[in-house]
Design a binder for this molecule. Structure first.
Ligand SMILES: C[S@@+](CC[C@H](N)C(=O)[O-])C[C@H]1O[C@@H](n2cnc3c(N)ncnc32)[C@H](O)[C@@H]1O
Length: 246
């Protein structure tokens, strides 16, 4: 049994530790942790978007392009679960990091060939750790320029509720949008994680690729929906055949 003296000693220890931590916090002028904040922003995004998809009964899969360490993938899974949305999840990534830059529009200080590489094994291990059952998702490994055109009809998602494009590069986003073109549907959400990531020499690659794609597909309209963090923007896709309320 713990005596009163022992208990008091433990309380004193804890109080000392609290004072120490308070001291550390006060010594830092700005205590926000960037990665933590970005995670919170994305978590809030997935919470809202799956709530909207469930509320509006927009059925279909979650398709992610750019999966790396599986953070957004697992956030999407848990949000879908929370809102009882039955999305099957699809993970599209090279699992070897970025490809070689193909166009001058790809120029960006962070997006260098081979960076952000997470092996397929590591990705599935991380998904296991975060509680994603293996049958909840399908992984399609490979660089998009090879993997997407090679996918057979019955190996690809055919009803998409939410697309999360986080492959950063202009050229990668071009490949993704080409693949999505025959899979567009009214009411789906298209989110671009790097809509506001530009460089000294270039406009934001994901944004440019999307704008060009929309010009080539005049039957569709993007309704700006949610900005997340300092970097991302999501749209609801409207078919111009469906009357939009303005
Ligand atoms: C910013 S990371 C994705 C981060 C991820 N959403 C997360 O939460 O950890 C970008 C990813 O895009 C992938 N990628 C970029 N271009 C690609 C391409 N053309 N083909 C396949 N994967 C690509 C990279 O391998 C990398 O894993």
């Amino acid at each position: 049994m713990t005596s009163e003296t022992d208990l008091q000693a433990q309380i004193d220890l804890l109080q000392n530790r609290i004072s120490e931590l308070e001291g550390q916090m006060n010594a830092r002028p700005f205590i926000a942790d960037i990665k933590f904040q970005e995670r919170l922003d994305r978590e809030a995004f997935f919470y809202k978007v799956f709530r909207a998809l469930s509320f509006n009964a927009i059925k279909g899969d979650y398709v992610e392009f750019g999966c790396h360490g599986g953070t957004t993938f697992s956030l999407a899974y848990h949000s879908a679960q929370l809102h009882k949305h039955k999305a099957h999840l699809w993970a599209f990534d090279s699992f070897q990091g970025f490809p070689k830059q193909r166009d001058e529009e790809d120029d960006h200080p962070k997006w260098v060939e081979g960076r952000m590489s997470t092996s397929l094994q590591k990705f599935t291990d991380l998904c296991d750790e975060r509680g994603l059952p293996r049958d909840a998702y399908t992984v399609v490994p490979g660089f998009y320029s090879d993997s997407l055109p090679a996918l057979k009809q019955d190996e690809a998602p055919d009803n998409i509720a939410l697309v999360y494009i986080d492959c950063d590069l202009y050229s990668s986003t071009q490949d993704v949008l080409k693949f999505l073109q025959p899979r567009l549907k009214h009411g789906m959400v298209i989110a671009l994680d790097d809509y506001y990531c530009w460089s000294e020499s270039q406009a934001a690659g994901e944004r440019v690729a999307l704008e060009e794609f929309m010009e080539e597909n005049p039957g569709w309209e993007l309704i700006p929906y949610l900005q997340f963090g300092w970097h991302g923007l999501a749209f609801v896709l409207h078919s111009k055949d469906v009357k939009a309320v303005r």
